[in-house]
Design a protein around this ligand. Structure first.
Ligand code: IVH
Length: 682
């Protein structure tokens, strides 16, 4: 076997590991996704030709091994303890007094304050730097072995310490930093609220079952017998403790965090050390109102005695170590009345139930609506109209109905039945095999049409043509399909409420401008299931015209990178539908029939070079990943948190604390259309 191939594989492994770390641990990537894919593909090719070169810590081994029948058990090297709770400053002071009586040193102690992450504990074992075993907490003494599942979590280092790279060249970290022969680390695995919402939005659009909350979803995903299922969930991790270490010890909690960080583990950057309890308490209190700024759900802060020997000597009460206490935040759970259940008809025809509530305040926000996921959820939880329900707001996500409080029933509550007819158009609804969603399959359903028009004009960048006008033109039957947008006349517009000469002229000009959008944009605007902005670009480059694309077979479509069988089928199906054929013919007649231009990537590469972006909220047409790809392909950088270094915040619907922070720092904001304009180079 050629020696240089082995060397190259080693080099690639290290480089990929490093860029994985930049992306998933530091949230500050140095290369684009495409560049990353190139590296991993090169390594895969070498390993495929020379399987003997595959190492257990190769990044190609993250895909997850074979499914297991059941989980093995593993005894933790030391008990995985819990935490006592305090619900306010007095509770914390009472804790301090209790332990100060046990040991004089407590009076002079320093404290480390960390966020209390609402996830689930995992225990990670490293032997000579190699990740060899990962377990759940279990009963605190014995956990379940979920090593293969944890390997799919990109924030879990497969080898420590992380090797640093400078200017793209690999540089070994000082060798004094060799890992201990055995290190067992404790962390908390979780799904970031934003990723959770994006995942649910995708599932809902596909008619699949959505998840109820991030914590249970993460717990369920880590306990899947098939690691591929774990890999499909956006789980990440933060580490905060050493359970066991051979040949050495770390004297303080503060240094533990620093040491873990230096090894390459993900560690919170919110932790602080204080020399007095009052300062520690003040820091906890300051986070009560800022908790939504974090990328994870927190149910409080943890105050820990910094001196780990002292903390250990203080001992344990039950399962709670005396050396630390949780400062709990007020729970964001309230009860209110379910007045009614509303139904939304999405662009794809999916009907989704929404709880219409007696307005209630929860964590400083007044809530009138909450998600009910799907009709099965209502039945499973036996949620009835008029019920008193428990409502929860977790992280920065849309509040959800946890369930009813049956004891509060008066007998007047009514069992809810899913609609048999679409609430908008009155046509029968259908449920497809394998999907939980109910669909309105009437393509002419005004709600669906409205959403399609709304999507079409947004993607086609028709300025001034928003939701309200989409509603008007559909309601007045000026538009019966998306192609009709191009035949709207000034006369028709002037008859609509709120339209005067000027506004009508401006809108017509926007519509006219929409006629000359590039092919990729038009494909994306058609709203084909699973075909986003990035894939549309690839389809445009590959097929060159709508004439070619509409004739493509499932096989031909799958020749395009990123197009899998189900998307290929969706595309073929879309073009085969008679209504859509009519739309295409109309578009052609209206002269909206662009030819492919050079790949947008090449044309705009480097346009955003040196610019750092953060994305927040739900964008009208781009998924998070699509937006990230677009920015990266144009040379920009995408990070997770707004700071002074952020150049632009890309703002979508329901943008929360990041928008606030951007405003307070004076960071520029753009919406999706603005982003597309920037990338278009305008
Ligand atoms: S320390 C001796 N620190 O909260 C160590 N726990 O309610 C005791 N948790 O079981 C735990 N973030 O799963 C600690 N920064 C943090 C934490 C944390 C989350 C979890 C942990 C624990 C639970 C107790």
């Amino acid at each position: 076997m050629p020696k240089d191939l082995a060397a190259r594989a080693g080099e690639l492994r290290q480089e990929i590991q490093f860029h994985n770390y930049r992306y998933h641990v530091l949230a500050s990537p140095l290369i684009s996704d495409a560049q990353f894919d190139e590296l991993i593909n090169e390594l895969r090719e070498i390993e495929a030709a020379h399987p003997e070169l595959i190492t257990p810590d190769s990044p190609t081994q993250r895909v997850g091994g074979e499914p297991v029948e059941k989980f093995e058990k593993s005894r933790h090297p030391a008990p995985i303890l819990s935490l006592g709770n305090a619900f306010n400053a007095d509770g914390v002071r009472a804790w301090f007094e209790r332990i100060a009586k046990l040991d004089d040193r407590v009076e002079r102690a320093k404290f480390v304050v960390e966020p209390k992450i609402d996830g689930l504990t995992v225990v990670l074992h490293y032997e000579n730097g190699l990740f060899t075993l990962g377990a759940t907490r279990g009963d605190g003494e014995v956990g379940e072995v979920v090593t293969e599942n944890l390997k799919t979590v990109k924030a879990v280092p497969l080898r420590i310490p992380i090797q640093k790279s400078e200017g793209g060249r690999m540089k070994n970290h000082p060798s004094s930093f060799s890992p201990p022969p055995m290190l067992v680390v404790r962390g908390e695995a979780f799904i970031p609220p934003e990723k959770f919402e994006a995942m649910n939005a995708r599932l809902a659009a596909a008619g699949a079952r959505t998840f109820v909350n991030p914590r249970n979803t993460a717990a369920g995903a880590l306990r899947q017998l098939d690691p591929k299922l774990t890999a499909a969930r956006p789980i990440t991790l933060l580490c905060y403790a050493i359970v066991e270490m051979e040949n050495g010890s770390i004297p303080t909690q503060w240094e533990t965090l620093e040491y873990l960080r230096a090894l390459g583990f993900p560690v919170t950057d919110v932790a602080k050390r204080f020399d007095s309890l009052d300062k520690a308490i003040a820091y906890c209190e300051a986070w009560v109102d800022k908790r939504d700024r974090l990328d994870y759900e927190t149910d409080g802060m943890v105050i820990k005695i910094d001196d780990l020997a002292l903390a250990a000597e203080l001992g344990v009460v039950g399962k709670d170590p005396r050396g630390a206490i949780a400062f709990k935040f007020p729970a964001r759970e309230v009860t209110t009345k379910l007045l009614d259940i509303g139904i939304n008809v999405g662009r794809t025809g999916v009907l989704t139930p929404t709880a219409l509530l007696e307005p209630v305040e929860i964590g400083g926000v007044t809530v009138k609506q909450a998600t009910l996921h799907n009709f099965d959820y209502i039945a499973e939880k036996d949620i009835r109209l008029g019920d008193t329900i428990l409502l929860k707001r977790a992280g920065d996500v849309i509040p959800y109905v946890v369930g009813p409080l049956p004891d509060a029933r008066t007998g007047k509550e009514k069992v809810y039945k899913p609609p048999k007819k679409c609430p908008t158009c009155g046509e029968a609804v259908e449920q497809f095999e394998g999907e939980v969603a109910y669909y309105c399959v009437n393509a002419a359903c005004p709600d669906q049409l409205m959403r399609n028009v709304e999507h079409f004009v947004a993607v086609m960048d028709m300025e001034g043509f928003g939701t309200r006008i989409s509603e008007q033109v559909v309601a007045e039957k000026l538009v019966k399909d998306i192609a009709d947008v191009f035949s709207i006349t000034g006369e028709q517009l002037l008859k609509l409420e709120g339209f005067a000469e000027k506004k009508a002229q401006n809108l017509l000009a926007s519509i006219e401008a929409g006629k000359s959008r590039p092919l990729a944009q038009l494909i994306s605007a058609l709203g084909i299931h699973g075909v986003g902005y990035v894939m549309s670009g690839d389809l445009a480059v590959h097929f060159g015209s709508l004439d070619a694309l509409r004739k493509a077979t499932v096989d031909q479509l799958q020749d395009v990178e990123g197009v899998g069988p189900s998307t290929a089928e969706a595309v073929v199906e879309w073009f085969a539908r008679p209504g859509n054929k009519k739309v295409l013919d109309k578009l052609k007649k209206a002269g909206v029939w662009p030819k492919a231009e050079p790949k947008p990537k090449g044309a705009t590469a480097g346009f955003l070079a040196g610019k750092t972006f953060v994305i927040t909220g739900t964008l009208p047409t781009l998924s998070r990943d699509d937006a990230r790809k677009l920015i990266q392909d144009a040379g920009g950088k995408v990070t997770d948190n707004v700071s002074k270094k952020t150049d632009y915040l890309v703002v979508g619907e329901a943008a929360g604390s990041k928008l606030e922070k951007a405003r307070s720092l004076g960071v520029a904001t753009v919406d999706e259309a603005g982003l597309k304009r920037m990338i278009g180079g305008k």
